[in-house]
Design a protein around this ligand. Structure first.
Ligand SMILES: [Zn+2]
Ligand SMILES: [Zn+2]
Length: 100
């Protein structure tokens, strides 16, 4: 198994499909995982892949641990006070649009 901290492109595509092309956090339509897709985003943002359970907490690069979210949503997950400490693990339930 790879020690790489990155999801494969295939995993990101599968996650976005599962989310029915919505941001896993705010539900804004996300057209794709590539930078070019930002041109279609409501706020011109490209999407980023986030580890629901962080790698440092034993999270994997599997699709069930992958959530595609807007750049701003990604920022707020990490910096906006929602970042989970070591004691409180994030779950799929933290992302209302995990399944679209
Ligand atoms: Zn992240
Ligand atoms: Zn979002």
């Amino acid at each position: 198994m790879s020690r790489d901290n990155e999801f494969s492109q295939m995993t990101k595509i599968m996650a976005l499909k599962r989310q029915k092309n919505k941001c896993g956090s705010c539900g804004t339509r996300i057209h794709g995982i590539y930078k070019i897709d930002a041109t279609h985003h409501k706020f011109g943002e490209h999407a980023e892949a986030h580890h629901i359970r962080h790698v440092q907490q034993g999270g994997t690069n599997a699709v069930f641990n992958c959530i595609i979210i807007c750049k701003a949503c990604h920022y707020s997950v990490h910096e906006g006070g929602n970042y989970r400490s070591k004691d409180i693990l994030a779950t799929q339930a933290d992302f209302p649009h995990f399944n679209g």
